[in-house]
Design a protein around this ligand. Structure first.
Ligand code: HEC
Ligand code: HEC
Length: 317
């Protein structure tokens, strides 16, 4: 935060200098200076001014308290809850909160390292009882999962980009029940999270997919069964549309991988669809890149994958 404040001050100073220089230049009696230099000085001043305003707005988002109040819950921690939580964790959380993509969730490696821009560090935390969550209440834990607000009331960047706000309360309870049941595993990866000034500038223009705290109640529970409704629920939690575009008609790319339209894939048989997610190889013999999280999605059981395909048949173009 300290370094970002310095950056902000530097850009305020540059903008101020630019304005002074601009006034000087446009008052010049020499035409080439007035129009030639005036144009460039003006351009850079506007640019610095824009960076200053965006950086400031981004810092408000990142550093001001946010979030809905913590709702305290009492988890029964039944065997069914732990099992359901373990399943969801294996196809959602494990992709980040584990080095090898497998349970337990003993912490992953900086996921910003692959982004070709200096936007900061985000290390998926150790979520076993050996990590810092052991001192958090169940309600605090649920809030960071659901909306990306830390116990101290601040933005948890990557968690706020997720769609776990669409988890039913029943499923969120199960996830927390599972986390509490994990064995304590130590990790030696430094649990570091920070955003650079560039990230601050990107935040207010929506270039980082951070979401505001949800202003709706947890959605109703959907029984896990081979139904399009359950498939819809799962795709919403996994956020297939983030990459595949609204209505699965193909994503636009940018900082997020551009997934193709699923108009073709919706015609696959259940066997073909399940096989693709388990092996990464499509029915026409193409190996999917790891931009498509098939390994995680492939951890879903057959029924869940069938439900997802049923929903694609309904929703894809
Ligand atoms: C896209 C990767 C990703 C996925 C998927 C993900 N997390 Fe996270 N999680 C992170 C990162 C990175 C952090 C570090 C803080 C931040 O940047 O949000 C984090 C932080 C957390 C924290 C706060 C821990 C701390 O000590 O600060 C909790 C709790 C958490 N995640 C739980 C979960 C659970 C439960 C799931 C699955 C339902 C999950 N996460 C899925 C990336 C992920
Ligand atoms: C992080 C981005 C991302 C997410 C999330 C994502 N996908 Fe993909 N998906 C891709 C990309 C990129 C490809 C293309 C990979 C390639 O061709 O190598 C792809 C390819 C596919 C394909 C193969 C399409 C074809 O015709 O070859 C299917 C099917 C698919 N995704 C389904 C899904 C479903 C269902 C979900 C959600 C449960 C999902 N994807 C979530 C990025 C994503």
């Amino acid at each position: 935060m300290f370094i970002n404040v310095i950056w902000l001050i530097a850009f305020v100073a540059l903008t101020g200098l630019g304005i002074r220089l601009f006034i000087k230049v446009v008052r010049s009696s020499k035409m080439p200076v007035r129009y030639g230099s005036g144009f460039f000085v003006g351009l850079f001043t506007v640019l610095f001014g824009l960076i200053t305003v965006l950086g400031f707005l981004g810092m408000l988002t990142a550093y001001l308290p946010r979030g809905n109040p913590v709702v305290e819950v009492t988890m029964a921690g039944t065997t069914e809850q732990i099992e359901r939580g373990r399943q969801i964790a294996s196809w959602t959380c494990a992709g980040c909160h584990s080095v090898d993509g497998e349970l337990p969730l003993s912490g992953g490696e900086d996921i910003m390292a692959d982004i070709p821009m200096p936007i900061g560090k985000a290390t998926p935390a150790n979520l076993t009882p050996a990590g810092r969550i052991s001192t958090w209440s169940d309600g605090e834990l649920q809030r960071v999962i659901r909306e990306g607000t830390n116990p101290d009331g601040h933005l948890s960047t990557v968690m706020a980009a997720n769609t776990f706000r669409y988890l039913s309360q029943q499923d969120l309870d199960s996830i927390v029940a599972y986390l509490r049941s994990e064995p304590a595993v130590e990790t030696d990866i430094e649990q570091k999270n920070s955003l650079t000034f560039l990230a601050m500038v990107m935040l207010p223009v929506g270039m980082l997919p951070v979401k505001s705290p949800p202003d709706f109640d947890p959605p109703p529970h959907v029984e896990s069964a081979v139904t399009a409704r359950y498939g819809e629920y799962v795709t919403k939690v996994i956020d297939c549309v983030l990459c595949h575009g609204d209505d699965f008609s193909g994503g636009s790319g940018g900082i997020i991988p551009a997934g193709p339209s699923l108009a073709g894939a919706k015609l696959w048989t259940s066997e073909q669809f399940i096989n693709t997610m388990r092996t990464g190889e499509t029915p026409y013999g193409k190996m999917l890149s790891d931009e498509m999280p098939w390994e995680e999605i492939g951890k879903m059981d057959d029924e869940t994958l069938k439900a997802v395909l049923l929903y694609l048949k309904e929703a894809a173009p």
